[in-house]
Design a protein around this ligand. Structure first.
Ligand code: AMP
Ligand code: GLY
Length: 419
């Protein structure tokens, strides 16, 4: 099978790595890819957002399966467009991906499905939203309805912060039309976990869980990022919790989407808060997480191509998904200045010196004159795998310390537990 992966991050490198192991993969392409992906696949130069360009590529390279990594093309309807052109594609339609691109839609679906989630109200009127915040008080969470590159959520500890978030989203239109409607919801506290399932729109596999670290600095200080590292599975994740989250949070939402005529086919990512009252849904995404994908692909024992085929053939019920007992820990190496401004083109050294039981997924790199250089904010995701979390952690940090580029920054407290 000739497979094309769309995207250029660590998530896509992990997908390409896993797909490259399938005996049924005869040719592997990525667009636009990066320097790491280029070691396993032929990289093409169409961006992930250029849907007509990707359709042309799929035809001219006789692609049998397109695998979509990021959310933006899903929200823009890449799956619908590919299907319209007769191209087999892994991912949800635009209507099903709405579970990610509209937070108000997601909340309504969760409510109709009876799934546990933070209490919420929807507002499209700025004055009414302000009045609600003043009455409700803080802490409170303000979310722009649409996609805002991970920046549309403000967990406000004071009423002033909540009001200025409303100003920013609804008046100043900091995120454009994404802020036309806002969700104001109850602030939950607890441990956050990301869960993933493969679903064909009707049935779903067992879940796999991972935790990521969103803030740039140790002890969860500083601004939010795309994710600075993580671990899988969490030490406290067990069968009872998996069963509870699968049956009460994830399966009802999949059934609800199907009942509304928009079955979700692909990987569904649930963001869950384990509160004192039990697990509660925070959000849904319509794709793998990054860095979660780099944490879970090394643990997947099945052939990923078989699993993706089962999603598309509506036979996911027959798939026995097997996640290894190994633990993975990921440490992201980011450019100086990330998540604000940063400079590309810094030489990366040490990539050939990483120890056994570790892997380096490229998140934003380029090859220039035979050398690998930085090409974005999150540059590399270094993963260690071992029987225990502490060993996986040591391995990840050992590998990370072997690699260097000017100004590299990483968190030093990933998977550190003071128990
Ligand atoms: P999202 O963009 O929906 O992933 O939200 C970003 C982050 O905001 C989440 O990962 C949580 O840490 C936080 N968050 C979102 N909703 C809530 C909530 N209701 N209570 C507390 N934290 C939240
Ligand atoms: N790690 C968070 C995300 O992929 O959305």
């Amino acid at each position: 099978m000739r497979v094309l992966v769309v995207g250029n991050g660590g998530r896509e490198h992990a997908l390409v790595w896993k797909l490259s192991q399938s005996p049924r993969t005869t040719a592997l392409f990525a667009t636009p890819g990066n320097a790491g992906i280029a070691q396993l696949a032929t990289c093409l130069d169409i961006t992930a957002e250029d849907i007509p360009g990707i359709i042309d590529l799929a035809s001219s390279y006789s692609i049998d399966l397109v695998v979509v990594g990021p959310e933006a093309p899903l929200a823009a309807g890449i799956v619908d467009a590919c299907r319209g052109a007769g191209i087999r594609v892994f991912g949800p339609t635009q209507a099903a991906a709405r579970i990610e691109w509209s937070k108000s839609f997601a909340k309504r679906i969760m409510e109709k499905a009876g799934a546990p989630t933070a209490a919420f109200e929807l507002f499209s009127d700025y004055e009414e939203a302000k009045e609600y915040v003043r009455e409700h008080g803080a802490p409170v969470v303000i979310k722009a309805d649409g996609l805002a590159a991970g920046k549309g959520v403000v967990v406000a500890q004071t009423v002033d912060v909540a009001l200025s978030a409303l100003d920013n989203m609804m008046l100043s239109k900091a995120y454009g039309s994404a802020g036309t409607e806002v969700v104001i919801e109850e602030c939950l506290t607890g441990q956050e976990v990301s869960v993933f399932t493969f679903t064909d729109g009707h049935s779903l596999t067992r879940l796999v869980a991972a935790c990521d670290y969103k803030r740039i600095y140790d002890q969860d200080k500083g601004p939010n990022t795309g994710g600075m590292g993580g671990y899988s599975p969490p030490p406290w994740w067990d069968e009872a919790m998996e069963e509870y989250v699968r049956e009460l949070c994830i399966a009802p939402v999949i059934r609800q989407l199907a009942a509304e005529g928009t079955p979700f086919e692909g990987v569904l990512y649930g963001g869950i808060m384990i509160t004192a009252e039990g697990p509660s849904l925070i959000e849904f995404n319509s794709r793998f997480g990054d860095p979660e994908c780099q944490l879970i692909m090394p643990r997947l024992e099945n052939d990923l191509l078989d699993v993706m085929d089962a999603v598309l053939d509506r036979t996911i019920d027959d798939v026995d998904l097997i996640w290894s007992n190994e633990v993975t820990v990921a440490v992201v190496l980011a450019s100086a200045g990330y998540p604000s401004g940063y400079t590309n083109g810094k030489l990366i050294t040490g990539l050939a010196n990483i120890p056994p039981s570790t892997m380096v997924f490229h998140s934003a790199t380029a090859e220039i004159n035979g050398e690998t250089v930085t090409n974005g904010g999150r540059v590399l995701t270094v993963v260690g795998h071992a029987a225990s979390l502490s060993d996986a952690r040591s391995l990840a940090y050992q590998a990370a310390s072997a690699i260097s580029f000017e100004g590299a920054q990483s968190r030093s407290d990933i998977a550190e537990f003071s128990s």
